[in-house]
Design a protein around this ligand. Structure first.
Ligand code: PRP
Length: 212
């Protein structure tokens, strides 16, 4: 399906700032849908008028989709889980996977039994649920970024955070204690939006699935 055949009313799509934004645009561009890299604008369109794209902070993306401001969103499973929202998951992408990891300073004793955890993280819901299932009490310090600083500065001995290349951990003298879960990047829809626009949305999903 060529993008030209899909042009009509643009679909509204929230994309998160940062790495996933560029990876999503590369995925689109490989299928002939081009979006000029924005300067400071937070609403952009593509060359075919197929999408109206809202550029939002990663952790805010489920808020925009659950309120129906954006009908669609591209988002990591980590952020979806944290939001607790109800979405239709339409597609899983091959880009952007990462590992949710427990990490600590390089001099951490890997063999020490963990009976209680003090953890700094951007993912308090995941962290609490994960360790509660194991019966390990966990004290959580919620941060919004630069989580790797916490063990370095003594805020908490452990962090739970996403690891993609591992270079941020390494650069800050940290190591993985345990890989907890793999995360995947998904196309999500507001359920009501999908019910109204399912034809165009399904065509868009088919377009995204096409091999580049
Ligand atoms: C993410 C994550 C790690 C880093 C991991 O942070 O929270 O800090 O990327 O990537 P790496 O393994 O490839 O080094 P992000 O870039 O979203 O920034 P933030 O800390 O400000 O949230």
């Amino acid at each position: 399906m060529s993008p030209e055949r899909m042009a009509g009313h643009p679909l509204s799509l929230a994309l998160p700032k940062g790495r996933l934004f560029n990876q999503a645009l590369e995925h689109f561009a490989a299928r002939g849908l081009c979006v000029s890299p924005p300067d400071r604008e937070l609403i952009v369109t593509d060359n075919k008028g197929m999408l109206r794209i809202f550029i939002v902070k990663n952790s805010d993306l489920p808020v925009y989709v659950s309120h129906g401001i954006a009908g669609l969103g591209i988002c990591g499973s980590d952020v979806l889980y944290e939001s607790g929202g109800v979405f239709f998951e339409l597609l899983e992408f091959s880009f952007g996977s990462a590992r949710m990891c427990l990490a600590a300073r390089e001099d951490h004793d890997q063999d020490a039994a963990i009976k209680h955890l003090k953890v700094a993280t951007k993912f308090p819901v995941f962290t609490r649920n994960f360790f509660n299932r194991r019966g390990i009490p966990v004290e959580i310090i919620k941060l919004n970024g630069s989580v790797e600083l916490a063990p370095v500065l003594g805020l908490a001995p452990y962090i739970v955070d996403l690891v993609e290349t591992g270079s941020t951990l390494k650069a800050n003298g940290l190591k993985i204690v345990e890989e907890l879960e793999n995360t995947r990047v998904k196309l999500i829809a507001n359920p009501a939006y999908y019910k109204v626009h399912y034809g165009e949305v399904d065509t868009f999903v088919g377009f995204l699935k096409e091999r580049a």
